[in-house]
Design a protein around this ligand. Structure first.
Ligand SMILES: Nc1ncnc2c1ncn2[C@@H]1O[C@H](COP(=O)(O)OP(=O)(O)OP(=O)(O)O)[C@@H](O)[C@H]1O
Ligand SMILES: [Mg+2]
Length: 569
């Protein structure tokens, strides 16, 4: 399968492209380009001088000690902040959503597309029209005053009556923490509900001390018991309905699925990070649906946050994961989050159980479930485009990569904050640095959801950036031939299809922000949907699963959609 063809060493014409004018501010769902200078006076910034600004104008661009001042709209309010904290499955999100639902306008910000999707569905069902907005999708509902979004899409330029930020402890996350910090400081809501782990309370109280917001903490208790089992699972033949086996590599997920299905008693849904989100949603829904035959779940920690799944028992097949740098033990909070998926209140199972596959892993499981998560010390930050722009004006001789690097090295942060890991951002910066692109375009490519460690994805990004720099117009067909996608037959072909999905996803993401330059939104979306269907087709065929009446129709590809997507465009 070679649907994505990447031209290496492609000649780049150095064109002095004028500002395309169709740039859309990355975080604002309405996409009006906004250029706020956060209290700095840009007119005073002279490229050859550091002596700019005086009086009320702050004069050290790398001073990031007061990030709360970046959000004047939120600062004009005295927000009433409710911190809903407690163990997993204690009704934190439920209570916050009750407030959101009864407010005249509001926004839910979650860490996962699946959670945003669940909330949008729930509000719409309750006759509260609610848009769904993620980096790659917009489902607008007529008359909606509510939005369910992934936290990166949180909108800091609209006034809301009520806002919810779910899994707020993620502000300490080494990669995405800055988006939670931005939402926490920047959402202009009269009422702000934060749901999460008690470990985040002292930090949030400190951070909000200076904003003048009023903070109230509400503690919750688990709604149904979670029982740590003393014995490990002895064999896969002991797997039963409602079990979820947790493992972290894709390969192990498929190996376990195959072994369980070979026993002949169960069919497994799978959920892991690099599956297309829509496939993950369907796999999770199938597992949740008591009438489907998929009664066991094999999943990675992609299920580990806030989701309500019909799981009776969590079985850790390993207590270690590779975190991009090294194999390490799972942290206390990771273990608690994942274990907390078992026995959700209101699910088919009134009590949850949790155990491991291997006896040696049990002590870590039990001690973690008995310990509180370590107190969070710092919240993530990332230099905004505005700051980098001003810094680059002062240092016109250096490229974007160095601007980023120098800024991060020189920035002053208060002890309550840290810079998130910028490795991915810098990898993109290194690839696009030489291209004749405006700084804001470079920044946009850098914060795009690309996985630079995936070869096909990183080549896709490079090609998009090169073509954009060269012509200001990127046609999908230049790197992708519609009609070439096939059901994968091997795990490697599956991986390739997942990567192709990522490239198409990136195109869609860019098309929302640079619509005139990335005009093939529809084609990319339909091919993305086709990728997910082909992946699901593979999941149907993979492993034991002999065809049984009534199983396939659940996920069978609709022939009309097939013909529509396979047709050459
Ligand atoms: N008062 C309630 N009445 C009915 N159902 C409830 C109530 N409180 C919670 N639930 C249900 O219990 C389940 C768990 O609640 P919720 O998702 O709010 O927990 P949580 O504390 O946010 O968990 P997590 O930490 O895993 O995100 C959900 O299915 C929710 O709808
Ligand atoms: Mg929750």
């Amino acid at each position: 399968m070679a649907s994505i063809f990447i031209r290496r060493n492609c000649n780049i014409n150095i064109l002095s492209r004028s500002i395309s004018g169709n740039y859309k501010e990355p975080f604002c769902p309405k996409f009006q380009f906004k250029f706020e200078f956060l209290g700095y006076d840009v007119s005073r910034i002279h490229p050859y001088s550091r002596s700019y600004g005086s009086g009320s104008v702050r004069n050290d661009i790398t001073d990031m000690t007061c990030p709360h001042t970046w959000y004047p709209q939120a600062r004009r309010k005295r927000r009433k902040v409710f911190l809903h904290v407690g163990p997993t499955n204690s009704g934190k999100t439920y209570q916050a959503l009750k407030q959101l639902q009864t407010s005249a306008s509001g926004i839910y910000c979650g860490p996962l597309r699946l959670l945003a999707w669940e909330v949008a569905k729930r509000l719409n069902k309750a006759n509260v029209p609610c848009d769904l907005i993620t980096g790659q999708e917009r489902e607008e509902v007529e008359g909606a005053n509510h939005k369910a979004v992934t936290v990166e899409m949180a909108d800091v330029s609209t006034d809301y009556k009520c806002a919810v930020i779910d899994e707020i402890q993620m502000l300490g996350c080494n990669t995405r923490g800055y988006s939670f910090t931005r939402a926490l400081l920047g959402i202009a809501a009269d009422e702000l509900h934060l749901c999460g782990d008690p470990a985040a309370v002292p930090l949030i109280q400190e951070i909000l001390d200076i904003t003048g917001d009023e903070v109230e903490v509400q503690y919750y208790e688990r709604l149904s018991p979670l029982v740590p089992i003393k014995a490990p699972l002895r064999s896969l033949s002991e797997i039963r309905n409602g079990d979820c086996i947790v493992t972290f590599s894709r390969r192990d997920i498929y190996k376990l699925k195959k072994r369980i299905e070979r026993e002949g008693k169960h069919l497994c849904s799978v959920v892991y990070g690099s599956l297309p989100p829509e496939t993950r949603t369907r796999q999770a829904s199938m597992f949740n649906d008591a009438s489907s035959e998929f009664d066991v779940l094999v999943a990675s920690d992609a299920i580990g946050m806030g989701l309500n799944l019909n799981i009776s028992r969590i079985i850790f097949s390993t207590m270690q994961k590779f975190d991009g740098f090294e194999m390490r033990d799972l942290t206390v909070s990771e273990i608690k989050q994942i274990a907390g998926r078992a026995g959700r209140y209101g699910s088919n199972f009134p009590q949850g159980e949790v155990t491991c596959m291997y006896v040696d892993d049990l002590p870590l499981l039990h001690s973690s479930l008995d310990s509180p998560s370590p107190i969070l010390e710092r919240a993530g930050l990332l230099p905004s485009f505005d700051l980098l722009y001003m810094y680059s004006r002062l240092h016109p001789q250096i490229g974007f990569y160095q601007v980023m690097e120098h800024f991060i090295d020189n920035a002053k942060l208060s002890e309550k904050y840290f810079f998130v890991n910028c490795e991915q951002v810098l990898k993109v910066a290194a690839v696009i640095d030489e291209l004749p692109l405006e700084l804001r375009d470079k920044y946009l490519f850098c914060i795009s959801p690309v996985d630079m460690d995936d070869e096909i994805s990183s080549q896709g990004l490079t090609q998009f950036a090169e073509n954009y720099a060269k012509k200001g117009l990127v046609r999908l067909r230049e790197i992708f031939t519609p009609g070439t996608l096939r059901v994968p037959k091997t795990p490697n072909a599956l991986k390739e299809l997942e990567s192709i999905h990522k490239v198409l996803d990136l195109y869609v993401w860019l098309s929302f922000r640079l619509d005139e330059s990335f005009p093939d939104h529809e084609l990319a979306s339909s091919q993305k949907a086709l990728c997910s269907m082909l992946i699901e087709e593979f999941l149907d065929r993979y492993g034991w699963q002999k065809p049984m009446a009534g199983r396939l129709p659940v996920r069978k590809m609709s022939s009309s959609l097939l013909s529509q997507t396979m047709r050459p465009h």
